[in-house]
Design a protein around this ligand. Sequence first.
Ligand SMILES: Nc1ncnc2c1ncn2[C@@H]1O[C@H](COP(=O)(O)OP(=O)(O)O)[C@@H](O)[C@H]1O
Ligand SMILES: O=C(O)[C@H](O)[C@@H](O)[C@H](O)[C@H](O)COP(=O)(O)O
Length: 182
Amino acid sequence: METPVHTPNDTTTPAITRVVVMGVSGSGKSTIGALVADAMDIPFLDGDSLHPMANISKMAAGTPLNDEDRWPWLEIVGNELANTTAAGIVIACSALKRKYRDAIRSKAPDTIFLHLDGSLEVLSSRLEGRSGHFMPPALLASQLAALEPLGGDERAVIIDISAGINDLLAEAVAGIRRVSGQ
Ligand SMILES: Nc1ncnc2c1ncn2[C@@H]1O[C@H](COP(=O)(O)OP(=O)(O)O)[C@@H](O)[C@H]1O
Ligand SMILES: O=C(O)[C@H](O)[C@@H](O)[C@H](O)[C@H](O)COP(=O)(O)O
C-alpha cells in the first residue's frame, strides 16, 4: 500500500520582504540599510556595488548620472529584489525619480521604499563628515534636483534622518513591518 503523500494544509508561502532604502547621497542608505537588514535578519546589498565602473568614475569626476546611465543599474537592482531566495532583501539605491521606482516595481511589485529624508543642512553635514567615498559632496545639489518624493500610491516609509540612529532604525523597521502587514 502506498504511503499517502501529505500536502501541507497551509498552502500560503511565507511573505518575502523586499525593501529599497532610497534617498539622495549622504542620506544614510548604506548605513541604515545594513542596520535594517541586520535587524530583520535578511541580506543587505549596497546599490553602489552594482554600478558599472563608468558610473562610479563619472560621479567621482563630479558629473551627475543621467537616466541613460541609471537604467542598466536599476535593472540589476530590480532583478536582485525579484530573485532573492531569502526571506527578503534590503537594497540601498537612491531611486530618485518616480520612473526609476516604477522600473524597479516592474520587476518586484511588492517592493517597499524606505525614504531617508533630510534637510540640505543635515545632508551637507553628513557628506562633509564622510571620508573614503567616491561621491563628491558637490553633487548633492543635483541629487536634490532629481529627487521626486514618494507618491501616495507607492508602498512607502518616510523617515527623517535627523533622529538618532537607534530611533531611526526602530522607526524604519516598524514602518516596514506595518506596510508589509507583518
Ligand atoms: N542617522 C545618522 N546619524 C548620524 N550620521 C549618520 C546617520 N546615517 C548615516 N550617517 C553618516 O552619514 C554619512 C553618509 O551615510 P551613508 O550611509 O554613506 O549615506 P548614503 O549611502 O545614502 O550616501 C556617513 O558618514 C555615515 O556614517
Ligand atoms: O545618481 C544616483 O542615482 C545616485 O548618485 C546613486 O548612484 C548613488 O547615490 C551614488 O552611487 C552615490 O553613492 P551614495 O548615495 O552612497 O553617496
